[in-house]
Design a protein around this ligand. Structure first.
Ligand code: ATP
Ligand code: MG
Length: 272
């Protein structure tokens, strides 16, 4: 039997997969999501969301896709790993993804095919084309130049390609080196780790999302305080520690996670 069933839960509350169902709307995440939605609807062009490791960038992307899932005027494409080695490889993969492979296969032909497609969809059919790129810190200089070219395609009123990049902050010095790239960013936002009150809310939210409808205080307040101190509000770290804590109380046959449980896990991890 899975450990979480012991608590009457239907699902695993602290899995580390980027599942929108378990996405707690912290002030920072909600602001990022709303602003992204607006930038896309207004066809502003380039949006970049920065965030440290495990702060919820991938989950945010998946949640954004969910926001638009029933809207046929928006066409989304998602790149989870943009570590293409060359401009050719990147463009080749883009035209394939967009379903517009040209007869001749050179970078110029690819760019022309992209421009034609964006124009046809964006102007003649009035669709909004959105390219979402996760792990943006993996885009090399050559391919950042490709993206800059794509962002040049525009009408007098709007950009033809909406580009959303999620990245760790290492990307920043690289884009600063490319002339005009910074000026093209219409939305730049950084997701910060959660505060203490939000850490508590995130834990409670995820328990509820997993099917815990009865408030039976699975985590004491002291335990939550320690979780916050240990994780500094980083969502992935919070999830992992809570997961380990629940497993531990099942093994030790305890009713709830208290400070002692968290302390023992922290010491265990530190190899003490
Ligand atoms: N707002 C949130 N509410 C609830 N859980 C969250 C939230 N943000 C992140 N998480 C959880 O934290 C974990 C890491 O999230 P995610 O993979 O989205 O982070 P990331 O920023 O993409 O990490 P990386 O930098 O490693 O790519 C996941 O388990 C996710 O469910
Ligand atoms: Mg990620």
């Amino acid at each position: 039997m899975s450990y979480y069933k012991v608590f009457g839960l239907e699902k695993e509350p602290f899995s580390t997969s980027p599942d929108p169902e378990f996405f707690y709307n912290s002030t920072g995440h909600e602001t990022a999501l709303k602003r992204l939605e607006i930038a896309i609807r207004l066809r502003k062009g380039l949006s970049i969301i920065f965030g440290d490791v495990g702060t919820g960038k991938t989950t945010l992307l998946r949640t954004l896709l969910k926001v638009f899932k029933d809207e046929n005027d928006f066409i989304f494409h998602l790149i989870l790993d943009p570590s293409y080695k060359s401009e050719f490889q990147f463009l080749f993969s883009l035209v394939r993804m967009f379903g517009i492979m040209p007869e001749f296969k050179s970078t110029i032909d690819f760019k022309e095919a992209m421009e034609k497609y964006l124009f046809q969809k964006g102007v003649e059919e009035d669709k909004t084309i959105v390219l979402l790129i996760d792990e943006g810190q993996k885009i090399n200089m050559e391919n950042l130049e490709v993206l800059r070219t794509l962002l040049n395609y525009e009408t007098n009123e709007y950009k033809l390609l909406q580009l959303v990049i999620m990245a760790q902050v290492e990307l920043l010095p690289r884009i600063k080196k490319i002339r005009n790239f910074m000026d093209r960013i219409s939305l730049k936002y950084t997701i910060n780790p959660l505060g203490e009150a939000e850490t508590k809310e995130m834990i409670e939210f995820r328990l509820k999302a997993a099917g815990n409808h009865y408030q039976n205080n699975l985590f004491t307040d002291e335990a939550i305080k320690l979780i916050y101190q240990q994780t500094q509000g980083h969502p992935r770290k919070i999830s992992m520690l809570c997961h380990d804590a629940l497993e531990t109380i099942v093994m030790r046959d305890k009713p709830r996670v208290d400070a002692e449980i968290i302390n023992s896990l922290v010491h265990q991890e530190a190899g003490v």
